[in-house]
Design a protein around this ligand. Sequence first.
Ligand SMILES: Cc1cc2nc3c(=O)[nH]c(=O)nc-3n(C[C@H](O)[C@H](O)[C@H](O)COP(=O)(O)OP(=O)(O)OC[C@H]3O[C@@H](n4cnc5c(N)ncnc54)[C@H](O)[C@@H]3O)c2cc1C
Length: 564
Amino acid sequence: MFQHDVIIVGGGLAGLRAAIESSSLVDTAVISRVHPLRSHTKAAQGGINAALGNAVEGRDDSPDKHAFDTVKGSDFLADQDAAELMTRMGPKCVFELEHWGCAFSRTDEGKIAQRPFGGAGFPRTCYGADRTGLYLLQTVYEQSVKRNIKVYQEYLVTSLIVSDGSCKGVIALDIKAGELVPIVAKATILATGGTAWIYSISTNSMINTGTGMALAYRAGLALKDMEFIQFHPTGLYPSGILITEGARGEGGYLVNNKGERFMERYAPKAMELAPRDIVSRSIQREIDEGRGFQNAYVHLDLRHLGREKIMTRLPGIRELSLLFASIDPIEKPIPVRPAAHYTMGGIDCNPECMTALKGLYAAGECACISVHGANRLGGNSLLDCVVFGKVAGQKAGEFARALSTGVDAHVVRSALDREQRRIEAFKRGNGNEEPSILRDEVRIILTEKVGMFRSGMQLEEALDQIRKLRARSLRLRPVNLDNVFNLDLIRTFEVEAILELAEVITASALARKESRGSHVRLDFPQRDDENYLKHTIAYYTPTGPTLAFSDVKITHYEPEARKY
Ligand SMILES: Cc1cc2nc3c(=O)[nH]c(=O)nc-3n(C[C@H](O)[C@H](O)[C@H](O)COP(=O)(O)OP(=O)(O)OC[C@H]3O[C@@H](n4cnc5c(N)ncnc54)[C@H](O)[C@@H]3O)c2cc1C
């Protein structure tokens, strides 16, 4: 058994930022299923938002204007107190990263460079070429090394230790040894990232399977607003690998098979820089109505930007296009289509990152502090990670420092025994179902029936199919008995999580009978503030989620129609 004051599950941007903060108060450790530098944050490309006003056209920017853009972009579902907190803390948190040595691109005056991004009134997105996530992650990792923060790397957390209404730590699988270990703590932070890989066309990496959200859900915590899955407009065709919004921020155009810049039809003012939900839907409409290429994609044209701009501002995009589509964007347009990208929903918590379980906090993409509502603005997620990572680290550290009691050995033993029995059941198996087949089937169901455009009938069908897959998942074949790096065992844990989250996403989408942000119901095409200006809350039961609704916090901005 290992013991710390604060443990953080997740070594991405949110987790490491939290660790830096809490380690200044108490003994802190990070647990991650991969080496922290392999966390998905490293794939973030375009940048991080903060109202610095460094660009000439951005001099009038302010945290209040950033908050308004965030709330409007969210289709008014964001909790406005949380959005205001994030945008107010933004500049300080970005300067902190700069002072820690983050390799931001620079203006001619030597300030942090900022580019335009969708739904933003000003160029507000601070960037390091098109590798911002990598630079940010390296920066916080260096700071964690400097502070000697212990990292349990290649440990998969499978459950929480809960006793007397408090979280006492976690049970984790040491992937290298194949052993379950309790890691107990006075406070635990979940920073396990997103879950958009559970769609078959996705910009996410394979580790984004939602095991962190699922373990909170199974422990009785609410998952909030899970129906809101963001589809990024420009996934590279056919792989889905992301082509950053920064490519449009730098001036890239979207073009259909008639050579038209079709965004003129859908968002005549903002054009390619409308919020992501609008641009994604516009692309899909062009494809569905026969104005795409091969009925499958449209073109993102960067050629007019010229070689030098592409090589300096978008070198990673050029490399990805060459490697995965054999296209050099200096010479040819890039084939793109929407791909599942981001989970606006997640573990329900307040702006202090506290969940309903004492001693348990959440931050980053796995959390739903409700800053993104029904649609996240590009560049706001990295900001969410650093701001609320810092808040979570501080709050968890203070909580742990004030707590003198330890954990009862009996509680730990019984949590460990329960997980041991779970693994034994996987190893014995009681059927012949193949986890990877169940996983692939559910990913396709989500893409086809719970995608950008949804209807009651399709959602009912999807729910029924997902439930059948869940029933089949009770009859899995025996898991491979190896101890060392048993990927078969990990996939089995993952398939449980994927099926549970797929059910929550679909049931929540079915319950929301309106269209808002990323959630478009063809049978309920209007936004309905009277009945659905509310968060969807899902609680675990063995037979599927029970749903409830909770109020949205409005401070300054009354809901209005969105025009771009
Ligand atoms: C391709 C791509 C590009 C993006 N570009 C941008 C951008 O330019 N700007 C922006 O604002 N946002 C961007 N985003 C979104 C943003 O990158 C993510 O939301 C953010 O990086 C998530 O950070 P995180 O710390 O919450 O999670 P992650 O970085 O995903 O880290 C999750 C951590 O949790 C660990 N973990 C997960 N489950 C377990 C478990 N059960 N046990 C142990 N450890 C576990 C993992 O090992 C990992 O260390 C992009 C997203 C994608 C997919």
